[in-house]
Design a protein around this ligand. Sequence first.
Ligand SMILES: [Fe+2]
Length: 416
Amino acid sequence: MTADGIENNTLLNYNHRMLKIRFSGDRKAVRIMYIVLIAVYLILLGALFIYYTDLSHKTFEKRGSVMDLNDPGVSVEGTRSKEWREGPTAPFSKGMEYDFVITNPEKNEIYEWRTEIQFSSDFDIDSAWNGSYEKVDRTLVIVPDEVTSIVDPGKEKTFGLVMLADDEQAAGDYRLLYKINAKMTGAPLFWLLMVALVFTSATFLADELNYLRYESLRKKQEEISGILQESFETFAHIIDAKDPYTEGHSLRVAYYAKLIAAEMGYDEDEQERVYRIGMLHDIGKIGVTDLILQKPGKLDNDEYSLIQTHVDIGGEILKDFNGLKGISEGAKYHHERWDGKGYSSHLSGKNIPEITRIICVADSYDAMTSPRVYRGAMSGDFARQELIRCSGTQFDPEIVPIMVKLIDLGKVPVEL
Ligand SMILES: [Fe+2]
């Protein structure tokens, strides 16, 4: 069963409902989720930072042959570019010029490198460039100068020397020690974590701002809703004050109608709407003279006709009340009957708005169980029987069983 009309169909109310759904859960749990997520990203970034810092301080070692021109990775290659005979008085008989190149095909620069190159026989160093040299037996230890010591990614640096020896000399194996200046910003994982961190933080912030906005709106709405509720109740008291015997009638009818609506599956907003419509259903009595409303004894036909005008007066009073859909109909049609014999529009069956049919049952029950100026209160059992007896004639046969159920459960009647 559905409510006959959705009141909140504006975009503003739709947005408000969305916010309500979004923030109606456990806010603390949502906040913890965001904080944990951000903490995880920060921890991973920290771990990544430590890893790269360690990597930058680690010394790598590479071994190979300087004559191998296809040595993969960071490597040292060497060629003998010149060779000549020394004079008879020279300590060594031959002079040789060696050119070396250190290649860095990696993605990070290398620095603080040094290499040790083995030679096949004894030698001496005459001169060198782009580095300093030390001879230990047949091993040449080469330490680059300031310019040569850093090799950019994908680049190479050259160095060389003039060697003096007696025999044919051959440069052989080398051992290269170096460090990598590994940059964390070069790792895709770093950027992935940064994007995730920024996105999560921004979402968290936006969510918090929305939540604060929602909370402020909710408080304002509660305030307005409270004022509205009190206004409706005040109107209900004004209506009931027209006849001291009907004290509390409007509020009770509203309350019973709301209970019925809840049983019929109306959501909370719709139940509230039924409640408010119920409170003003008799507003038309304001336009009926007290002399008739408060007249003891039986009314004559003219007087009864005058009383009946309260439905049209009520409908007229509320006709421009557009903020609460169905309120005018609630006043105008609450004395219509299921069989069409009610007043004043003679609607029947489901042509009578559903909320009005609900109010009709609630109104009749309360009217029967309350004392009137012209009679005492009827018993609850009698009123219950009357509802059943008139189900399908005066009352909606689907609503009567619901009201009867509420009576049997002891939820109705109530003292308000
Ligand atoms: Fe009425």
